[in-house]
Design a protein around this ligand. Structure first.
Ligand code: SAM
Length: 277
């Protein structure tokens, strides 16, 4: 179990809630490295206690990464260094890609030990298309930036995956419905933990469900692709068109909304002219 590993960088995925999800290879890697770069040593210490391992840890997080990265990469030339995050796969809405890039630039061997990732786990629960999906992580907190990010994602013809927290869930669902139309979606909460729950429905149904019921815990939102026939709820299209018509002539307003909601541009132009007249 504690065979010493060759020098290099080891990216180790850890559980997202259920310690039994740590793979045997991940455990052996954590036991065999000289140093573990961690987000929070208290969280990783708990994991190491679970597998009966003691290894030196060094903090590596958003606030110190630039300062400590060169030293960590220098050590990788002669030592095995693991990178873990508090939960799940490092680099996925977590620090690490610059460490991997720096290690590669320095000719260091990089090995990954794949494992849990909340985005992928949520996709397996949602019952929405998985052949094409885009991961958008956490949306911006400011309304305008969030609206822009959603508008950019609106034309993607696959499922969309977002990370979110309980306090912001209701506002985010409402923003998704306004920007994407009333698509099918899922809210996956506390995956692999005691109070795991996945709620599916249209975005309108999910908005209504969570409007006054802020859920606890960690959350992934999955939104299905735009329907081939265009968005189902005419009111969303009308609202988007009405807003666009305050800024743009009918043809341009129809073009913008068609792109954003994945709807038919000609039909929207006709509707825009009706609304104008
Ligand atoms: N690197 C992690 C991964 O591979 O999923 C993600 C880290 S990100 C900082 C943390 C976010 O992931 C949470 O706010 C939540 O959106 C999502 N998440 C993590 N664990 C989760 C769980 N057990 N159930 C649902 N969402 C989870």
């Amino acid at each position: 179990m504690s065979d010493k590993l060759a020098p290099g960088l080891y990216i180790v995925a850890t559980p997202i809630g259920n310690l039994s999800d740590l793979s045997p290879r991940a455990a052996a890697t954590l036991a065999g490295v000289d140093l573990i770069a961690v987000e929070d040593s208290r969280v990783t210490a708990k994991l190491l206690r679970h597998i009966g391992v003691k290894r030196p840890m060094a903090p590596y997080h958003d606030h110190n990464a630039d300062a400590v990265r060169p030293g960590l990469i220098a050590r990788m030339a002669s030592e095995a260094v693991a990178l873990v995050s508090d939960a799940g796969t490092p680099l996925i809405s977590d620090p690490g890609y610059k460490l991997v890039r720096g290690a590669r630039a320095a000719g260091i061997a990089v090995t990954t030990i794949p494992g849990p990732c909340a985005a992928i786990a949520a996709l397996t629960l949602a019952g929405l298309p998985t052949d094409r999906f885009a991961f958008l992580g956490f949306l911006p907190t400011k309304a305008k930036a969030r609206e822009t990010a959603i508008a950019e994602a609106a034309t993607f013809r696959g499922s969309l995956v977002f990370y979110e927290s309980g306090p912001r869930l209701a506002a985010t669902l409402a923003a998704l419905k306004a920007g994407l139309g009333d698509r099918e979606a899922a809210v996956a909460r506390e995956i692999s933990k005691r109070f795991e729950e996945t709620v599916t429905g249209s975005l309108a149904e999910l908005v209504a469900r969570y409007a006054d019921a802020q859920p606890k815990g960690e959350i992934v939102i999955v939104v299905g692709p735009p329907s081939e026939a265009g968005p189902a709820a005419g009111t969303d299209v009308d609202a988007a068109l009405a807003e666009a018509l305050t800024r743009l002539p009918p043809a341009k307003a129809a073009g913008e909304v068609a792109k954003r909601l994945g709807a038919d541009r000609k039909a929207l132009y006709v509707r825009a002219m009706e609304m104008k007249g």
